[in-house]
Design a protein around this ligand. Structure first.
Ligand SMILES: Nc1nc2c(ncn2[C@@H]2O[C@H](COP(=O)(O)OP(=O)(O)OP(=O)(O)O)[C@@H](O)[C@H]2O)c(=O)[nH]1
Ligand SMILES: [Mg+2]
Length: 317
């Protein structure tokens, strides 16, 4: 059901619809989602496969409501998990009005991008409108950006697609983020607002909490470990016996890894790493919820969960 019958102040048409941001891992999809929405709805990190769900971010203006769906990076499946993530990405393409294809300016347009755009081209007549977004424009010179934009343009003929727009932008400096919103909204059909004003996401609180914990963990590990980490939030409850004006929320969560041998890395010398993860995650969760939080973090091994259908189901994939 539509939430309200907005009318733009100038009497024009209110537009609404769904836009999916797609791209290879690390292309800057989640960071751009947050910049467009104006708040943190998706975690971002320098590690690939940071996003593992289709996360909705909502941008409401007087003239439009744009529902952004940030998806995982599409990449060659090396695990059952990545296969599931790729299926999720392709499934999302069928539900949106526009796909924003993120092509980072600091990387050459490569086989990964061509594979992705080829897959979109294969949607045929069911293909949504396409916008190419040259992300991370702050990382390159004007000349290099110009060459990147030419390569993106050339993809049209090579891949059999057609860009409604090509827009360079930087989610970190904010350059051209408003233009990206304008261009995406311009491609949406007339329609009502689906979410209340001011709502930035419809992700459940527990999912946001789990993601913030995973983000804190990703920052502090490297090599193959980021892929192995999942987080479950086991319980969230107000601490008993606290005065009403000084509540404390207790969060019990588990950092899930795949092998016993990963445990010592996750925990760190004398527990230093897990302690740091806890401290970082706690302040992020407190900022999100606006109440002080006590975070109880455990490490749990679920053997080879990335390739185990039963374990994947248990972890929500
Ligand atoms: N300099 C710069 N860095 C950026 C920009 N956008 C994203 N980044 C960085 O690029 C890295 C990846 O960003 P994400 O937003 O997590 O990328 P993603 O495409 O969502 O990645 P996956 O979810 O793993 O597919 C992070 O370290 C970001 O800080 C940008 O506009 N400029
Ligand atoms: Mg992401």
């Amino acid at each position: 059901m539509p939430h309200s019958d907005h009318r733009p102040a100038d009497g024009g048409t209110f537009r609404s619809g769904f836009v999916c941001l797609a791209g290879r891992p690390n292309a800057g999809k989640s960071t751009l989602t947050n910049a467009l929405v104006g708040g943190k709805v998706a975690i971002a990190s320098s590690k690939p496969q940071t996003t593992r769900h289709a996360i909705r971010g909502i941008l409401t203006r007087t003239d439009a409501q744009l529902v952004l769906i940030d998806t995982p990076g599409l990449s060659k499946p090396r695990s059952l998990l990545q296969e599931r993530l790729n299926d999720l990405v392709r499934g999302t393409w069928g539900e949106v009005d526009v796909i924003g294809v993120c092509l980072p300016a600091d990387q050459r347009v490569g086989p990964g991008d061509e594979y992705l755009v080829g897959q979109i081209a294969a949607l045929g007549a069911r293909r949504p409108a396409l916008v190419a977004l040259a992300t991370k424009s702050d990382l390159v010179s004007g000349e290099r950006l110009r060459r990147h934009l030419l390569r993106i343009e050339a993809m049209q003929e090579a891949q059999g697609v057609s860009w409604a727009h090509i827009v360079p932008c930087s989610a970190v400096t904010g350059t051209q983020v408003d233009e990206v919103a304008d261009v995406l909204i311009g491609l949406l059909p007339p329609g009502p607002a689906y979410y209340p004003d001011g709502e930035l996401t419809d992700e459940p609180e527990e999912v946001l909490i789990a993601e913030l914990i995973r983000e804190a963990a990703l920052e502090l590990v490297r090599d193959e470990l980021p892929h192995s980490i999942a987080v479950t939030v086991d319980e969230v409850r107000p601490r008993e016996g606290r005065p009403a004006d000084r509540p404390l929320l207790e969060v019990f969560a588990s950092l899930v890894i795949e092998r016993e041998s990963q445990k010592h890395i996750m925990v760190g010398a004398q527990g230093s790493r897990i302690k740091q993860i806890g401290t970082d995650a706690r302040s992020a969760i407190t900022a999100l919820l606006g109440v002080p939080v006590h975070l109880d973090l455990r490490v749990k091994v679920i053997k080879e969960w990335q390739s185990d259908p039963k374990a994947l189901r248990r972890l929500g994939f």
